[in-house]
Ligand binder design. Sequence first.
Ligand SMILES: Nc1nc2c(ncn2[C@@H]2O[C@H](COP(=O)(O)OP(=O)(O)O)[C@@H](O)[C@H]2O)c(=O)[nH]1
Ligand SMILES: [Mg+2]
Length: 324
Amino acid sequence: MALAANKILILGASQSGKTTLLKRIQYLIDGEPTEEERAVWADTMRTYLANETMTVLDFMKKNGTFLQYPDINKPHIKTLRNQPRSEIRDVEAAISSLWKDKNFLRGFYWSYRTQPANIKQLAGRIQHLADRGQHRYTPTTQDILQVFVKTTGIYETTMHYNSRPFQICDVGGNKSQRKKWIHAFPNTSVVIFTADATSYSKVLCEDENELRVAEELTLFESIANHRQFTNTRLVLILTHIDKLDNIFVRNPVTDCFPDFTSSSLPGFPGYKEDYLTDLENRFSSRLPDERDRGTFQILRADLIHDGLETVEDILKTLLEDTIP
Ligand SMILES: Nc1nc2c(ncn2[C@@H]2O[C@H](COP(=O)(O)OP(=O)(O)O)[C@@H](O)[C@H]2O)c(=O)[nH]1
Ligand SMILES: [Mg+2]
């Protein structure tokens, strides 16, 4: 079975970037989404934003905070609640109006710790078009990459790079999904573990009392120590690198890792470098002593904005040694 020797398995906690990495590899190989696919993504993105906007409103309600303009926004909230029966134009107007409300934005920042990345950027895209009266919105590839769609089960596909076939496997990262992972383990040639570099500032959706980074480190340790992977190449990809500078300002690293030190201040390049090195050491320290360090590698990625060449370099790294 030639294919079985070329299997890339992507593991990692929920929202760490597994599916985004798969999408980027898919677009690199098969080309970017077609017009028809973009039209479907436009619907997915509107529904996603409508739901995330409602989540912020629910958070505000639970915490007893009010919108700056409750009367203006009342019909907009009704529109979002009636999704998907509401008119597209009304949904876009509702998103546009709510994301302009100062108190809504405060609620958004307060609820930040539980949210997926990029919601504000996507809301900004809809807002921009709605304010110009342009509907029939067509998402760009970057917009599509920024939408979070929860993966369930195991998704396995075969692709070709330079005419050579390889299998790539994406899994649902939620705690409840992980017992299914074992079915995807056999014949893996390289395990990718994606970890969100900003997760020190976030909590799990499944359990708001648990820091995402703690969960990612534990999960990484269990994968790195799994008996089926003792001789399997392991590549850790730290994602969401683009988000760090903004996050450092609002969320000091020492709140999560009191022993972290840097000679630079948050917002300066030295701080980011020190933080990433520190994080990499925290992951590496979870490797079993007996693992040959030559079979372990760490990459850093901004899966939304990195250029095609970078994605191709990542793919080549993953396929090294796995192509006969
Ligand atoms: N800004 C930014 N967003 C990312 C990056 N990687 C993933 N995301 C976003 O993070 C969210 C979760 O990513 P996804 O790939 O679905 O995570 P999965 O649950 O591990 O499959 C999505 O909204 C992605 O757009 C990254 O490097 N930078
Ligand atoms: Mg996924």
